[in-house]
Design a protein around this ligand. Sequence first.
Ligand code: ZN
Length: 121
Amino acid sequence: MRKDRLTHFKKQLLDKQRQLVDEVGRTALYGKDAEDDSIKDLGDQANTAYTREFFFELGNGDRRILRYVVSALKKIDEGAFGSCERCGEDIPEKRLEALPFARYCIDCQRLVEQEERTAAG
Ligand SMILES: [Zn+2]
């Protein structure tokens, strides 16, 4: 991939990373407010556990994407960005444009999702 394209995707990933970190931070803050209002009678330890669970519920999807974004940024540094983690083929730039943190080409994405469904069901 050309260097200016890499720079472009890197900027997109950094923006996304910042946005997700913000969101996860807000979720944590919101969790704290809910804790103060609704379960203030419980002990400190219970509050902490509740907050952690609440945070996990709300932030799970975002944090998963955040993990993908961080790993995509690492791939840029390692010069491996843009190739499918499963078959090693180049991921089309059109796909990366829509999903800069994509880990697989479309074919492999489909297979991986199929496998996940099989494993879950
Ligand atoms: Zn692939």
